[in-house]
Design a binder for this molecule. Sequence first.
Ligand code: ASP
Length: 571
Amino acid sequence: MSWRDAMCGDLRAEDAGRSVTVAGWADTRRDHGGLVFVDLRDHTGKLQLVINPEHSPAAAEIAHEIRNEFVLQAIGEVVARAPELVNPNLPTGQIEVQVDELRILSRSTPLPFQLDEENVDEALRLRYRWLDMRTERMQRNLRLNHTAITAIRRVMDEREFVDVWTPSMTRGTPEGARDFLTPVRLQPGKFYALAQSPQLFKQLCMVGGIDRYYQIATCWRDEDLRADRGFEFRQLDLEMAFVEREDVLDVTEACVVGAFEAAGVEPPVRPFPHLTYADAMLRYGSDKPDLRFGMEIQEATEVTRDSEFGVFKNAPCVRYVVVPRTFSRSEQARLEELAKEWGAKGLANLTHVSKFLSERELEAFGVEEGSTALFVADEEAVAAHVLGLLRLHLANELELIPAGLDVFHWVTDFPLFEVSEEFGGWTFMHHPFTAPVPGEEERVESDPDHVRGQHYDLIWNGWELGSGSIRIHDAEVQQAVFRVMGMGEEEQRDKFGFLLDALQMGAPPHGGFAMGIDRFIALLAREPDIRQVTAFPKVASGADPLSGAPTAYPDSALKELGIRLLDPQPE
Ligand code: ASP
């Protein structure tokens, strides 16, 4: 006997008269005097079972024991419901199953929360994830994961990409985060790092003649957890030899569109628009701008050079945004507070400072009745940063972002280097393997401030979906980049000797990309964070409420790994 021969959600009026065996969870039970109704649920939907004591006294007896989330098997006949009992809200609402035989396959203790309860505390949902997974939301999201990834794999396969498995336990990979370390029993005192990405392995695949590599790769980065970030995450990781930037962008766009189509969502129009980094910073104050709304940042440095208003005249940079409404004094004060929290000295409202400004200035700003111009006068980076955040804040607050709009775009031409906040010297903007823009290689060491990298980011509605670049395939250029980052010959050999060797043994030109799959699915599912599309995520503290990990280990186990703790084990 099979456990079931029909799925709950599949039965329709045409099935009336069929004898079926169904199995699933008791969603609800309603006792109507003699008759008992049970909504039986599997992942395809809900089906009404009717248990009639006159028809089957044995089944009726069992039915009284049923509680929510018991696992049941029922055998019976599909019958049409009387017209007045049809439920138009349920796909199976025209029929029900008249139960002949009923079995309880598994029982459930009282539930910590009901499946149809709203706003269940997330820690509780994660602690009992197996229950939470039974909800429509989680079923939809986890299945969407599968649909999107299958579509992406199809695109990659059609384009002859080869799925190559690369190690998780490796040397530290410089992607800008801390490494997770794994001690090694056979070599006490030494550690593997969990791969922050397969970056160098995929480059070595190119040197190895694989030509087109991809992987749905798990990556580990020790960073603070946020809506779009977990300790471990998956990325569509790809690399191609003998390509230009446009080839990489083309494949990535095809994957995005393929996943949208498979999910039944209207895909974005290709090719996705491009924005240079310089433009993004100037107009939106961010390298991952949300382009679903305007409110672009305006430049006013030039026009305020001779201003009577000292705050403008003396600032290295003056910029503003025009907001389509006016603010009361207290609203303005609150915005000023926010601007200060973000690092500005203040936030000037044109209405309040116009008496200090010339006709020429006022004309240049051209602010209409009912709108407000808000200015930041500061260092360029501060003006960009603060106005970028203000733009996002006001768009959310004033609900200027149209619902259901998807805007994808590329940001290109990033600087190759930036100044490290940590140690003050030059560090990479993307990773140290990104090639300079052709023609700028010569200036890597002499003018690092102005060299641009062949680095591109993909942005969806203000979320950075992924990054990629054309790589350095010349050992000398690679060494020049290492030197700018303050790495001497010895350190270069020690950390990246294998890469430098490979680059000297016939490395083809190559480039690639990595797209955060979890971020992508969260946005595709219209969810606010990646935990909603992850089967077993961790909470913000980094803990796993389900298994209780991370856990302490006894000293004896640590000793074997050559580890002694500074602080005694917590009880
Ligand atoms: N390794 C990069 C990352 O993980 C992606 C790439 O450059 O292909 O962000």
